[in-house]
Write a protein that binds this ligand. Structure first.
Ligand SMILES: [Zn+2]
Ligand SMILES: [Zn+2]
Length: 338
């Protein structure tokens, strides 16, 4: 897909003939603003429908970072769920990375506000009693990996406490391709098996995940956020590694896509249909499900990785405490709504 500039500005929408704003070579379409947005919303709707999430009374917790992808996801979700009784709640985690985090929070709250979606904000430094960077330093691990672990835990804990049926994550198609290629290079097939458009809930231990932007590329997500006037932060996280493998894969795939339109969408659709196969190969079906003895959520052993991390770096396992804090926030939200 590309943005029209200069001499191409005269192109017309394949559907209605209005001036086009986007070209989608893999679908052989040029689209006006309205039909481009509908094109994206149909992709998002497909993920929700196939996961069974479009039913009256379903509650969906959307992780909102404040970036373009979460902005696009939020607006598409708000539009799609408007008429079918699905409730969307936003969750923003304040990471404590200085001005970047302050601006991220503002953008996330704005994106929720313009879409009329309640937004729960959780300050990680406040609830953990230490900044994420300090925890990473004490654990002798990269900030990104510790930050990712903490976010995954807190998002799932929040979904459990809020009684959400699904958690929506803003990973776009390029993110998913890059991550799965990286995992293939590592021959970590179990990691690939977890990257379908949706995962199922595990009792009261883990809430089902949705990736509404599964078939939406990075450029499409950006254009959708712009065309829908959803506020978002343009800056990248200051702790982002300089040369992540994912970035190299993205550059490579963008070159391939230019020469062979449709490669990305084919990859992502084949990946979706092969997920069960990856699960089988990785033996995921046979993994026994355990409950963390400290916090009661999903764990691969006696204690979950979050409780182990916080025990080692902060002197105590924080899972149960985090769950309590979120429960109180959720109670506040319920009173505000009634
Ligand atoms: Zn049109
Ligand atoms: Zn735990």
């Amino acid at each position: 897909m590309s943005h029209f500039t200069g001499r191409r500005a005269a192109a017309k929408c394949s559907i209605c003939g209005a001036p086009a704003v986007a070209r989608v070579p893999y679908a052989r379409l040029t689209l006006c603003s309205r039909h481009f947005m509908e094109f994206i919303e149909r992709k998002v709707e497909r993920v929700l429908r196939r996961a069974g999430a479009l039913r009256r009374g379903a509650r969906l917790l959307a992780a909102v970072s404040g970036g373009k992808d979460s902005a696009a996801m939020l607006t598409a979700l708000a539009r799609i769920t408007k008429s079918n009784g699905v409730e969307v709640v936003g969750l923003h985690l304040v990471l404590g990375f200085g001005p970047y985090s302050r601006k991220s929070r503002e953008a996330a709250e704005e994106a929720c506000r313009v879409n009329n979606i309640p937004c729960i904000v959780l300050d990680l430094e406040e609830v953990l009693g230490a900044p994420v960077q300090a925890i990473a330093r004490r654990a002798r691990r990269p900030v990104c990996s510790v930050c990712g672990l903490i976010k995954r835990y807190v998002i799932n804990a929040a979904a459990v406490e809020l009684g959400a049926d699904y958690v929506a994550m803003g990973h776009n198609a390029d993110d998913i391709i890059a991550y799965t290629v990286k995992m293939f290079l590592n021959q970590d097939l179990a990691a690939i098996a977890k990257l379908g458009p949706s995962t199922e809930s595990i009792d009261s231990l883990a809430v089902a995940r949705l990736r509404p932007l599964y078939e939406v590329t990075e450029k499409e997500s950006l254009l959708y956020a712009i065309l829908s006037s959803t506020p978002f932060l343009h800056e990248e996280c200051p702790f982002r590694p300089v040369t992540p493998i994912e970035e190299r894969v993205k550059e490579f795939m963008n070159r391939v896509e230019e020469e062979h339109p449709g490669m990305k969408i084919n990859y992502i659709r084949r990946l979706e249909s092969n997920i069960e196969l990856y699960k089988k190969i990785a033996g995921i079906e046979d993994w026994d499900i355990q409950q963390c003895q400290s916090c009661g959520l999903l764990s691969a052993g006696n204690e979950c990785s979050f409780c182990r991390l916080t025990r080692r770096t902060l002197g105590e396992a924080k899972g149960a405490y985090i769950r309590r804090v979120i429960r109180e926030l959720a109670a506040g939200l319920a009173t505000r709504n009634s």
